[in-house]
Structures are given as C-alpha cells and as structure tokens.
Design a protein around this ligand. Sequence first.
Ligand SMILES: Cc1cc2nc3c(=O)[nH]c(=O)nc-3n(C[C@H](O)[C@H](O)[C@H](O)COP(=O)(O)OP(=O)(O)OC[C@H]3O[C@@H](n4cnc5c(N)ncnc54)[C@H](O)[C@@H]3O)c2cc1C
Length: 368
Amino acid sequence: MSSELHDVIIIGGGPAGLATAYLCHKYNLSYLVLESGKAPFQGIANTYPQGKLVYASKPKDAPEPFLVDELRPPDKPVTVESYLQYVQHFVQHENLHIRTEVAFENIQDERDSLTILTDKGRFRGRKVVLAFGSSIPRELSVYGDAKMVAKNVDDPTKYVGVKTLVIGGGNTAADVVIAILKAKRECNDTQPVYWAHKSEKFDVNKETAQRLGEEILLGGNIRLLPGATPRIGEVDDEGVDRLVIRINEFKQADGIDLYHALSFPMQNVIACIGSQGPVPIFDKLGVQTISCTAGVCRVAKEGDRLVLLSAEFESTRKGVYVVGGAISPSYMKISEGSIQEEKHPNLIYTAINDAYHVVEAIRNKLGR
Ligand SMILES: Cc1cc2nc3c(=O)[nH]c(=O)nc-3n(C[C@H](O)[C@H](O)[C@H](O)COP(=O)(O)OP(=O)(O)OC[C@H]3O[C@@H](n4cnc5c(N)ncnc54)[C@H](O)[C@@H]3O)c2cc1C
C-alpha cells in the first residue's frame, strides 16, 4: 500500500489522463497516473491500425481551441507511430509520474480522501479522475478468478515454446493467432496454438483469413476449437493458475453430463473477446447513470445508460471525476437544476479539453 496522499489520482494514461497529469504538474498539484498498459497511450497503441494518420480533429461547433497544446496532434497529420513517439518523449521530458501495468479496480471512501484499489495495491488521493477511455476489454465470465489472462499481445515471442490458447472468434483474435504462429515459425517451435470460440463459426474478414491461411501453409500449427466455452479458473497442485475450457459436452439421460475439457496455465491464454463501454465499471463504483427513454436523447439510443455529471465533470460520487472517451459519445449533464444529454464526441480534442476543465475545478476546490 502506498500511504502517500496525492492531490489527484488519474486512472488511464491516454490523452485525457496525460493532459490531466501535465496540468497537475504545471500547477503544482501532486498526482499519479495509473495505467494498465505497458506504456502511456496504450489505448491508442492497441486500437489504431499500423500507419494510421492521427488528425487534430475538432468538432465544427466547438468554441474552444485545444487547451493543452503540448498534446495536440500536429495540424499536418502524422502516423500513429510518430505521435506515440512524440508522447513518449514528452512524458520523459516533463518527468510525468506514471505507474504502468497497474489496473484500476475500485474506489473506497475514507474520511477525507479516497483509496484507489488496483491489482498492484492501494493508492490514496484527494480526488480521482477516471480517464480510462471508452473501450474496456471484456473479462471472461469464468467462475473463479481469470484476471491473469492477457487481453492483447505486445510481444508474440513470449509464447514461443508453450502451448498457447487464444479465445475469441473475430479479427482481433485471428491477428493474435497469426502473430504467435509467425513468431513460433521463425523460432522453429512446433508447439500448437489453440484457437477457441464459443460459437461454431469463426468470423474474420477476407484479408485476415488470407494472412492466416498463409501462416498455416508455411507450417503454422493451429488447432481450432469451435463451440468451446471457458468454464472455470483454478489453481493446480503446483500453485499455477489455470483456465479450464470445455471443448464439448454430452447430455446423458441419467442427468450426468459428460464433457471434455482442456486446462491451460492462465499465463498462456489470451482472451480477445471484444470490448465494452464503461457502464459496468460505473455500476461497480456506485456512480449514477440515467437511462435514455423515448425522445430524451439525441445522440444515445433509447435504453442506453449515460453517466450523470456536473458541469465540471464530477460524478455523483464526491471527488470522482470522469473525462474523455469514457463519457463519449454523450453523457447527462446537470446544470442549473436541469439534466440534459450533452454531446461529447470521442476525440483527442475533447479528451484534452475535459482535462483542462477538470484540473481548473480541482484547483478551485483545493484552493490552489
Ligand atoms: C481507430 C481509431 C482512430 C482514431 N483516430 C482519431 C484521430 O485521428 N483524431 C482524434 O482526435 N481522435 C481519434 N480517435 C479517437 C481518440 O483516440 C480518442 O478520443 C482518445 O484516445 C480518447 O482519449 P482517452 O484518454 O479518453 O482514452 P484512451 O485513449 O482510450 O486512454 C485510456 C487509457 O486508460 C487505460 N486503462 C483502461 N482501463 C484501465 C484500468 N482499469 N486501469 C488503468 N488504466 C486503464 C488504457 O490502457 C488507456 O491507455 C480514434 C479512435 C480510434 C479507435
């Protein structure tokens, strides 16, 4: 447990989180960024295709300029790789305080501070800024704890020499399978990659299927497991966390089901089962959301749940602010006694400018 009390704990090191950190640094507020990925801007590194140009897009009707110029993408679009490189230099140059590979889990109220619970222990802050973006990887809903399972692959060579299980039926899972098959082939490793999906049909686009076919023809050892369901997380006799995946099931008349299952060390499993919005996290935190009923929302669809925020982005949990992609494409804004849906395009511009307004609000509250 880190007992140091920070003015602000920032969850997520994307554009919103880093802009918040930079402004805290500039105005002498103590702060710490907790980022679940290996590096700042991990969300962008994971979701932008290679070579994608990054645009300094700004909604047409937005009155403000970029309020943190230092993180603004250049007017002449650059590739995501060079933007990421620039951000890396910026973080080093400003010596921003970031702890990577720390995944946020929950918040506890203390008498005059907040305790932030993570997979690497507890942190303390007077205020918390949630800047975890819009795309939260889905967890396997497995009885027992399956948190150790990876959600993406930074370094496919890590899986050379081991039997690996990739779960998920779409292009992302296929890309991971291809990357691991390639790494194994280049190291003459003949251990298979198991590829499991809960339905009978895998669903990848033509281009991905072609690349996968090529890897298989070049000697890739792949075992397909259609109709397979992850069932349970367990610890074996040697203390290794394992994931059990059922590969087929037979119902018998006597009520005793027969099934076959495979068990993999969790560290050899990668689950690419898509992402979800942050509503389940808001529920866990006890942050209030409001459902859009007919005619109430213009951006969100009927039934969508939107987080309720003050004009300064404070949630219904005191001291907990939410910014950036986490509140896009719209949220419910409380202002002057009324509640209205507020449009909030998911852009670097909005993420950065939210950070500016939140840090102003926090400075006011803390009297700095
Ligand atoms: C393919 C693509 C192209 C895009 N192109 C553009 C463009 O050209 N111009 C533009 O303006 N916008 C673009 N966008 C949108 C832009 O990337 C987002 O608006 C912006 O990244 C939002 O910033 P953010 O900081 O709110 O969230 P993110 O960038 O998603 O950052 C959130 C961070 O929080 C971390 N995190 C998540 N969960 C946790 C947790 N539990 N604990 C700790 N850390 C956590 C993530 O790893 C991530 O690094 C694009 C988006 C996509 C998907």
